[in-house]
Design a binder for this molecule. Structure first.
Ligand code: PGA
Length: 249
């Protein structure tokens, strides 16, 4: 099945109002690559302004709380993201699983909250370096998939992002063979649980994607797009990744 390529920028804790021009340039360039779905997930503080400035563009959050409202100082709920103009949200990023102690059950609850608020979800999984080195990466990631993917969702509303933790922000990337083995294993696990729906779901790769390696990574079997951190902060670095995805169709 042909799945549309999906290239998502995760700005992490980067971006003041002055960065809005980069988003404008990215979304303008994306219009020239209509076969690719492009999204930017800026910090919470820019979501409302970015969504308002870019009608029809996909702007997302980087996290949400699992509750719709309540006494959770500093947290942002999924309906608030939707209210601000977001159409998607990242959940389960390793910087939150590891840095904020989020469990698979927490990530699943966040994904369910996001879907319930009408948002699309990018659900992240990925192994630490020692797990990769011990040969247990696939088992580790499949356990995350089993524990954090919700039971019920539309195939076009939930994408998985495989992001090996040791590849994030390090310039290291797995071999194409390792990426294909992992993405294939994730697809097989999704098929075992969700049958035909698994063929329509997108599985993104993330971790040190840049303009130089995007074509090779995005061209790998079962890689349907990229979740990009550092190289998504400027149009100069991000647009070549979008163009590489477009060239692959
Ligand atoms: P990176 O980050 O592209 O800077 O490695 C990817 C991510 O954490 O989503």
């Amino acid at each position: 099945m042909a799945r549309r390529k999906y290239v998502v920028g995760n700005w992490k804790m980067n971006g003041l109002a002055a960065a809005m021009g980069e988003a404008e340039a990215i979304f303008a360039a994306a219009k020239g690559h209509a076969a690719v779905d492009v999204a930017i997930c800026p910090p919470f503080t820019l979501i409302g302004a970015m969504a308002a400035a870019q009608p029809g563009a996909a702007v997302g959050g980087q996290d949400c709380h699992s509750a719709a409202s309540g006494a959770y100082t500093g947290s942002v709920a999924a309906p608030m993201l939707a209210d601000a103009g977001a159409t998607l949200v990242i959940v389960g990023h390793s910087e939150r699983r590891e840095g904020c102690g989020e469990s698979d059950a927490d990530v699943q609850a966040k994904a369910e909250a996001a879907l319930g608020a009408g948002l699309s979800v990018i659900l992240c999984v990925g192994e630490p370096r020692e797990v990769r080195e011990s040969g247990g990466a696939i088992d580790y990631v499949l356990a995350q998939v089993a524990g954090s993917v919700p039971a019920d969702f539309g195939a076009d509303r939930l994408a998985i992002a495989y992001e090996p933790i040791w590849a994030i922000g390090t310039g290291l990337v797995p071999t194409v063979a390792d990426v294909e083995a992992m993405h294939g294993a994730i697809r097989d696990a999704l098929a075992a649980r969700f049958n035909d729906k698994a063929q329509a779901m997108r599985i993104l790769y993330g971790g040190s994607v840049n303009g130089e390696n995007a074509a090779e990574l995005l061209g790998a079997a079962d890689v349907d797009g990229a979740l990009v951190g550092g190289a998504s902060l400027t149009a100069g670095k991000f647009v070549p990744i979008v163009a590489a995805a477009a060239a692959l169709g």
